[in-house]
Design a protein around this ligand. Structure first.
Ligand code: ASP
Ligand code: MG
Length: 418
């Protein structure tokens, strides 16, 4: 069981988490619990580091920010003991959870579960702080923001758990954002690959890295709500959304499109009149790669030739909006080498994506998307696809409309509004 920051925010909520854990134990399960820091706590601790010095040592930053989870794991163990459930906490360095030494964004390697297995077998609940680990030379690490999801999946894999239940403030994964489309439906199952695409295009239920790890290690992950009363259905009845391998989805369950995501955090850049010759595109993206900027959608327009001059082409692509300024700087510095005429940029864009493994075997998904948007007068500025995803870039103001009409067009609307 993994509980996020909102579920751990305060004594009252920690008590209700403890009650939830007790129910699972009473149902005959061996339980390890991974917890986040109280909501807002990690931000607060990060703030202290910045105040201490803007150029803080990442090794000491990890010592500070890992503390939030240390507090909640101890508190949950106390709350469990108070209701008669034997429990103890296991800090990252105590298990240990080995990581590399990339402080503030460490990756988990080996996890020793010997002591943990023995404690579970003896009837104890293990409470494990998420987000933290330890390097080979004994220094505390953290896994990057949102990393408790990854801790939970890694623990589940190491312990060969039957399931990793992620309790959060939503009760599952939806066909799209229910705040935009009230008739969005909760999905009973979604594949790892779909969840990865949905997570990377803006459906922020789980840390993307945790989904990749679950896929690699074949961990069955369930996303479910922590905000339900005593009469809530037991987790074993799978009330949330199961994230599973494709082979676990039957033909009857398989939909053409599983979900629609949107992302307003991209910016569009167009370089005009880039020389149409081998190596030109490389000269555009090399400086961005060197600056560690992730380019997402790319289109190169057809070459146009004006009388007497060499042919040239426009290159349009998107970068994270947060990296726009650095991108512009890197491109302007490389302007001589690239040889473009103008650099035009726009942050008033949004990426809308339809995702589904069903499109592997069905034609016409992209065409339905383009026709539907066209009929509403929504202009498409860029397109990218993968085997299970079609994304379009549109004007930011049209995001909600686009998501709504696509949800209907692919037959995803529930009968009754949720
Ligand atoms: N507390 C950490 C964070 O806020 C890790 C987590 O909650 O997943 O990023
Ligand atoms: Mg989280």
């Amino acid at each position: 069981m993994k509980f996020g920051g909102t579920s751990m925010a305060g004594s009252e909520r920690i008590r209700s988490v403890a009650a939830r854990v007790k129910r699972e134990v009473a149902a005959g399960n061996q339980v390890a619990v991974v917890v986040s820091a109280m909501a807002g706590e990690t931000d607060r601790l990060v703030g202290f580091c910045r105040e201490a010095s803007p150029l803080y040592d990442p090794r000491e930053y990890d010592v500070v920010v890992a503390a939030g989870e240390q507090v909640t794991s101890g508190l949950l163990a106390i709350a469990l003991q108070a209701i008669g459930v034997p429990a103890r906490s296991w800090l990252g360095w105590q298990l240990p959870i080995h990581t590399d030494d990339a402080h503030a964004k460490a990756r988990i390697g080996e996890i020793d579960t010997g002591a943990l297995d023995a404690s579970l077998a003896a009837g104890e609940v293990a409470v494990i702080p998420g987000f933290q680990g330890v390097t080979d030379d004994g220094r505390i690490t953290t896994l990057g923001r949102g990393g408790s999801d990854t801790s939970a999946v890694a623990m589940a894999a190491a312990m060969k758990a039957d399931r990793c239940d992620i309790y959060t403030d939503v009760d599952g994964v939806y066909t799209t954002d229910p705040r935009i489309v009230p008739r969005a439906r909760k999905l009973a199952k979604v594949t790892y690959e779909e969840m990865l695409e949905l997570a990377s295009v803006g459906a922020k239920v789980l840390q993307t890295r945790s989904v990749g790890l679950a896929m690699k290690k074949n961990v069955r992950v369930q996303v479910l709500s922590s905000f339900t009363g005593e009469d809530a259905p037991m987790a074993d009845t799978l009330p949330g959304t199961m994230i599973v391998g494709e082979e676990e989805i039957t033909d009857v369950e398989r939909q053409l499109i599983t979900g629609i995501a949107h992302d307003k955090n991209e910016a569009k850049i167009t370089l005009t009149a880039v020389p149409d010759k081998p190596g030109a595109v490389a000269s555009v993206f090399e400086p961005l790669a060197a600056a560690n900027i992730n380019v997402d959608m790319i289109i190169q327009n057809i070459a146009h030739q004006s009388a007497g001059s060499a042919s040239a082409t426009d290159v349009t692509f998107t970068v994270p909006a947060a990296d726009l300024a650095r991108s512009i700087e890197a491109l302007n510095q490389a302007r001589g080498a690239i040889g473009f005429a103008d650099l035009v940029h726009d942050t008033r864009v949004a990426k809308v994506s339809v995702v589904g493994v069903g499109m592997r075997s069905h034609a016409g998904v992209a065409s339905t998307m383009f026709t539907t948007l066209g009929a509403r007068g929504i202009n498409i500025q860029a397109i990218s696809t993968s085997e299970i995803k079609v994304s379009v870039l549109i004007h930011e103001d049209e995001t909600e409309l686009a998501v709504r009409v696509l949800h209907t067009a692919y037959g995803l609307d529930a009968e009754e509004a949720a």
